[in-house]
Design a protein around this ligand. Structure first.
Ligand SMILES: Cc1cc2nc3c(=O)[nH]c(=O)nc-3n(C[C@H](O)[C@H](O)[C@H](O)COP(=O)(O)O)c2cc1C
Length: 474
């Protein structure tokens, strides 16, 4: 485990101003973290007290959230917000989740009720990515300095050029290179005829999580045709200082050969590239290639494994979802659709494929285990070759095919009662399932965080380093 991957700021100078590092002070100096004598890991109990969050609303541990700008309108008022943790949660229909705070948690962490009211009246949003630089900084500065109740003034105050989205009246920044236009989901039926989406949001903890069906995707034309590329690192960078048990990837060739479909994985995404899907646009306008999505999920379903891939890049983190299948039998499901939907109590969400469409989308072994045990763990990987190899193996081979898949991935498991902890990983959340929401092809499990574990070599001198924004190649 000695490999030293390049720090993101060395790789991408543009991202240096947006980097988030954790921890800022030694965990050992905080009364909430204690050492687990057996494993030497640091551990803290969750949830926090209300007063503790009011006094210090910093995230208790790093989670690799992507950030985006979101606009909305109800025809009279407009809204502009920064959002952390928007996540693609279902494939057919193609649904994105957006969590917004409905409580005042601390002086700094306030509700976004005005924006939520406008969104609920207007019913649609544009979720946008701007390249690092002056225009993004201007938008962020205005959001920070304009009270939420005056969200309607924010777009004008940025002074940035805007135009109207294609499928709803919200504003799109000319500077955006990627735009997801989406509308609150309507009640429908899943592939077995069961009702889904009785309402277009779920209330959990301090936040309301909106479920929005994606109607159109705009991608800057130079990117769509491959003249420019989006660069996204989905796991934190880190230089571990301790040697941890890690076996060399034994894999299982016989099993790999049996796979009808092999999902490619790298923590450093370059989109578009030879390994990614080509962006198939229906039109080119305002310098943007635009793809419209069919309104009915049954018309969207692509049975072909390759065509069933996400039609475009959207930044997602990588959560390593662990479960105990039985006593002493761990399982691991790498999950891109992992996010946090509530700050207090902290709630981790993982979206697990639940219906059989093709080899790519088929019910995961993890689904039954989470339903039965009501527990899962969520480990945060870092950029490292051995971990990438393990994610490729466990993200393609189901427990049903290889009951020893975790061992064969090379990752070593620590026998934590709640959920298997992968020794190599810097951070792990123990989560208790408080709700399951079926979404069509996937089921969304909400896990309230009960404990957070951190390796003792996660320190301010050697912190995890994370950029919530993607960069462009030039
Ligand atoms: C990069 C990557 C991201 C993935 N994201 C998800 C996801 O969000 N939801 C899901 O159900 N499966 C996802 N998978 C697929 C599962 O990890 C894979 O099917 C795994 O083998 C399931 O394990 P199990 O059947 O043992 O539970 C992903 C795989 C990879 C490689």
């Amino acid at each position: 485990m000695n490999e030293k991957p390049l720090k993101l700021k060395d790789l991408r100078q543009n991202l240096a101003p947006y980097l988030y590092v954790w921890p800022k002070s030694p965990l050992t100096s905080s009364p909430v973290w204690r050492e687990d004598p057996e494993s030497r890991m640091l551990v803290r109990d969750m949830p926090e007290e209300d007063a503790a969050v009011a006094a210090d609303d910093q995230w208790p541990a790093l989670f690799p959230f992507p950030s985006s700008l979101v606009t909305t309108t109800d025809g009279e008022r407009t809204g502009l917000e920064i959002n952390v943790g928007a996540s693609i949660v279902n494939r057919f229909p193609y649904v994105i989740s957006l969590s917004l705070c409905k409580q005042n948690l601390s002086e700094r962490y306030q509700n976004t009720r005005t924006f939520m009211e406008i969104l609920e009246r207007g019913g649609a949003v544009s979720i946008q990515l701007l390249p690092p630089g002056a225009e993004l900084d201007r938008a962020l500065q205005v959001i920070q300095s304009t009270p939420e109740t005056e969200t309607s003034n924010r777009i004008a105050q940025t002074g940035l050029a805007v135009r109207q989205a294609k499928t709803n009246p919200s504003a799109v920044f000319q500077a955006a290179y990627l735009v997801f236009e989406a509308r609150l989901v309507k009640p429908g039926k899943d592939f077995s005829g069961h009702p889904i989406y009785p309402q277009p949001w779920v209330d959990a903890g301090s936040h309301r999580t909106y479920l929005l069906e994606i109607n159109a995707i705009q991608l800057r034309q130079d990117i769509a045709i491959g003249k420019n590329q989006i660069l996204w690192r989905n796991s934190p960078g880190w230089h571990p200082n301790l040697e941890w048990e890690q076996t060399v990837f034994p894999g299982n060739d016989a099993i790999m050969k049996k796979l009808a479909y092999n999902k490619i994985y790298t923590p450093d995404y370059v989109f578009p590239s030879a390994n990614t899907i080509a962006f198939e646009s229906d039109a080119v306008e305002d310098g943007m290639a635009i793809k419209y999505l069919a309104p009915l999920p049954e018309d969207q379903v692509e049975v072909d494994n390759d065509r069933a891939r996400w039609p475009s890049f959207f930044p997602s983190p990588m959560g390593l979802i662990t479960t105990w299948v039985a006593d002493g039998v761990p399982n691991l499901m790498p999950c891109g659709s992992t996010t946090i939907i509530s700050r207090h109590p902290m709630i981790v969400v993982c979206c697990v494929a639940s219906s059989a469409i093709n080899e790519r989308y088929t019910a995961r072994a993890t689904l039954e285990v989470i339903r039965r045990t009501k527990r899962f763990g969520c480990g945060i990987p870092f950029v490292h070759n051995a971990i990438t190899t393990a994610i490729k193996y466990t993200g393609n081979v189901s427990h049903g095919l290889d009951p020893e898949k975790v061992k064969n991935s090379g990752l070593v498991v620590m026998s934590n009662e709640w959920s298997p902890i992968l020794r190599a990983l810097p951070v792990h959340f123990d989560c208790e399932v408080i709700d399951e929401t079926p979404l069509g092809t996937h089921s969304m499990f909400m896990g309230e965080v009960r404990k957070i574990w951190a390796r003792p070599d996660v320190t301010p001198e050697d912190p995890l380093e994370w950029s919530p924004w993607a960069d462009l190649a030039f």
